[in-house]
Design a protein around this ligand. Structure first.
Ligand SMILES: [Zn+2]
Ligand SMILES: [Zn+2]
Length: 338
């Protein structure tokens, strides 16, 4: 079977790899679509120079083989089921996994292909073997939507940890793919209003078309200050934390979702946090319970129209170079391969 390997900046090749075997607790999945995330883009544009590497962690497809220990087990995806796949390593035995924070599992993530090439998901492939416990049935939906299971689970995690409740007033900083998923989810879950902040006018216009109650540039926020219960920062830029705090009402939560440059510091008065019961919450990746929720949302169709809007382009696996070039060279929501 074929798997895409990034061998250097701007260089990707399809390698022939023995078809993986399903262990007793695993399923084999024929990949139908795999989304290109920030990690794939950074590997391809050279900002994360780890080579050679088999990326692709936002994958979905149909089960083509079921391990003997999980065959016919209630709740386990079976032959022919469409599934979204959690390709993270969750060892279950480190301190974080035992605390229920397996997103922060201490076991090194990833694995290797047969020739020792580093695998970071290896979902840009024809077939993937994965623990059955880390696959989630999504019913019969377009496979591109199913491939949004991983980012949607991350956003479910983000909104869950914010303490969000129906009726809350929400602002999202950054109207890219992750900002738009926050918009879709908070609307579906009953936010009284959701506003998006972005520097790019085109993205603001598209967010309005997708149901944002208001949009604004970062310099145009005076009327929205102090009026939100939860503020999600999906664009980690200098000043974003301070901006988010200014948008919060008392008891507001700022959720730091997107990655920041390592040297970015934030400045906030300690007494302001105390007196106004503000929270600043870091979120990273997702937990199995977030996957379960995300898969249920996918199957329900509640977000179908929102997700369809976020597919920028679709390529076959043998066109993976074109897909990565597009994703690395211009603003996109999601480019799908498979
Ligand atoms: Zn991702
Ligand atoms: Zn662990």
């Amino acid at each position: 079977m074929q798997v895409a390997v990034v061998t250097g900046p701007g260089a990707v090749e399809l390698r022939e790899e023995p078809r993986p075997a399903a262990g007793p607790d695993d399923v084999l999945v024929s990949v139908g679509a795999c989304g290109l995330c920030t990690m794939e883009r950074r590997l391809y544009d050279g900002t994360k120079p780890v080579y050679p590497v088999a990326p692709g962690h936002e994958a979905a497809g149909r089960v083509i083989e079921v391990g003997e220990a999980v065959a016919s087990l209630a709740g386990t995806p079976q032959l022919g089921d469409l599934v979204t796949m959690d390709l993270l390593t969750r060892c279950g035995t480190c301190h974080m996994c035992r605390r229920g924070r397996s997103a922060l599992c201490k076991r090194p993530q990833g694995g290797t292909l047969s020739d020792g090439t580093i695998s970071m998901g290896a979902g840009l492939a024809e077939v993937v073997s994965v623990a059955a416990a880390q696959t989630y049935r999504v019913g019969e939906i377009p496979v591109e939507q199913a491939a949004m299971g991983e980012p949607l689970a991350c956003v479910v995690h983000s909104v869950r940890l914010s303490g969000f409740r129906a009726g809350d007033r929400v602002a999202v900083i950054g109207a890219g793919y992750m900002g738009r998923l926050h918009l879709a989810l908070c609307r579906a879950w009953g936010a009284s209003r959701v506003g998006l902040v972005d520097i790019d006018e085109q993205r603001r216009t598209e967010a309005t078309g997708a149901g944002a109650d208001w949009v604004a540039g970062p310099d145009d926020l005076v009327r929205w200050q102090g009026r939100h219960d939860a503020v999600f920062v999906t664009a980690g830029t200098p000043g974003a934390v301070e901006l988010a705090l200014d948008l919060c009402d008392d008891a507001g939560a700022v959720v730091l979702y997107g990655a920041f440059p390592k040297d970015v510091m934030a400045s906030v008065g300690a007494d302001r946090i105390h007196h106004h019961e503000l929270s600043i919450i870091g979120v990273f990746s997702q937990e199995p319970e977030d996957w379960r929720t995300a898969a249920g949302l996918l199957e329900s169709g509640a977000l179908a129209a929102d997700l369809d809007r976020l597919v920028t382009a679709r390529y076959r696996l043998d066109e993976v170079a074109d897909a990565l070039t597009l994703a690395a060279s211009q603003p996109v929501y999601r480019v799908m391969v498979g």
